[in-house]
Design a binder for this molecule. Sequence first.
Ligand code: AGP
Length: 607
Amino acid sequence: MLVEGLRRLEYRGYDSAGVAVLSQGRVESRKKSGKLMKLLDVLEAEPLPESPTGIGHTRWATHGGPTDVNAHPHLAGGGKLALIHNGIIENFAELKAELAEGGHSFASDTDTEVAAVLLADCYERLLPSEVAWGGLTVAMQMACQRLEGAFTLLAVHADQPGVVVAARRNSPLVVGLGDGENFLGSDVSAFINYTRRAVELGQDQIVTITPESVEITDFYGAPAQGREYEIDWDASAAEMGGYASFMEKEIHDQPDAVAQTLLGRSGPDGSLALDEMRIDADRLNAVNKIIVLACGTSAYAGQVAKYAIEHWCRIPTEVELSHEFRYRDPILDQDTLVVSISQSGETMDTLMAVRYAREQGAMTVAICNTNGSTIPRESDAVLYTHAGPEIAVASTKAFLAQITAAYLLGLYLAQLRGNKFQGEIKDVLADLAKTPDKIQQILDNSGQIKDLARSMSESRSVLFLGRHVGFPVAMEGALKLKELAYIHAEGFAAGELKHGPIALIEEGQPVFVVVPSPRGRNSLHAKVVSNIQEVRARGAKTIVIAEEGDEAVRAYAEHVFYIPETPPLLAPLLATVPLQIFACELATAKGYDVDQPRNLAKSVTVE
Ligand code: AGP
């Protein structure tokens, strides 16, 4: 059960793994650097005893390299206590010195072992009455009062069979409620096979589970409540569904991801009903600035949304990288609407930025794909994307769903503030409703882009150009290629080329160009076509994504991939898809693991 749970969490990225079980008054543990297969080899060679209680961990190294010694669980208290940890203990050095002073020794370089030794030290100091009540719980409370930083901790103690005690601060942890059994996991996929009843926990909480009970307290022992909810997807949704990888499955999930995100959010009269938007209308009417906070692909979704939101709502909209935002002394107040975009809802950079924004009095809305995750819980309102679980580390369907949700938010604000007539909003919603089928058309005709990808597997560098909403699409196309195929790639605003980057162009340099529709009065089409000519004249190999019927680009393109006609602001929902397929196919041709690219984790829960 532990190994199967760890297998479901593999997508989060890791470089060592381990388990510990309680049996006959002892803690038995096995751990190994490398992938789960290595741990299985160890378990094969030295089997663990049967046990109904255990903890398991996959580690993404922060303090100390991915070695056997540094892998979790860490034992302490004479081998009677085992601990696993996600996050970073920021004051581990001073605690380590204090514990060493007290005569404790350490086998590893990790901050986790310091937490384990501290917990064992607290346990050893318990009064007999506290041990009788539930020693490990009390010891965990005492230890957590000393810890600074972000952590999810799980511990077992040989003196308390059938008990697992966990704690969380700024790091994910969720409880699974079974019949005669209970579970803990950093996300629900760890136990989705056994139960779909879950309990989300709040900040600075400790949970003690036994087969029959779940007790929650704060770090000082005061009882607390978790929020019980039904997990809205089943184990099969997290399976590959017949595709060669989660990445490929999720690229093909995109029509549904967009459709599900739109579902149930507009009434029969075409008006928008975003019932999770628990911010009262007059506050939203007073909004005079929007700041979007996100990282990586989610930030590119924000950049796409900026064009639409400013066009529809006429509210100045800034898109900020979360990790830059709170260190630049930003200008925001109670009339600022801060929109975080996060697939996981656990990205520490974004969570800390949202916290900062709330401290400044801003309203906060989370666009998130993970029910029960931390960022929505710490926001005033949430707009869930319904893309289903995104397992592959590189984000695809969540990206399109995020753009869709951000557009719904923009239309909602425009409707509330009267910037757009009901008819106009209805038209945009009607166009959005047509995009799933258009995405499907692209997916059904992806053979040509896959052939091109395989033919380019030796490329050393690829450039991506786009303009207006096509610019963040170019950035996202470059990011996919970096993440999946480990090829240097860079996205540029097409207009920026002649201000420097065009010096990069040499004979045969592959350049993708995302071309806007030629339709519409202020189309940028002509300008982008001249950008294509500029690079082609210098030897570039131009690969163009253009709208069906756009014959003008053919003369300047080595390859043209057509996408169905759609209003310019919705084009990113289509133009991105060929770029995702290209990156996935090229990485596959190189034999890379497209679901778990090297060095990456699905959810970056450390700052
Ligand atoms: C995207 O392919 C990457 N996996 C990464 O940039 C990701 O978008 C970023 O870390 C933000 O994650 P979040 O959406 O879960 O907050």
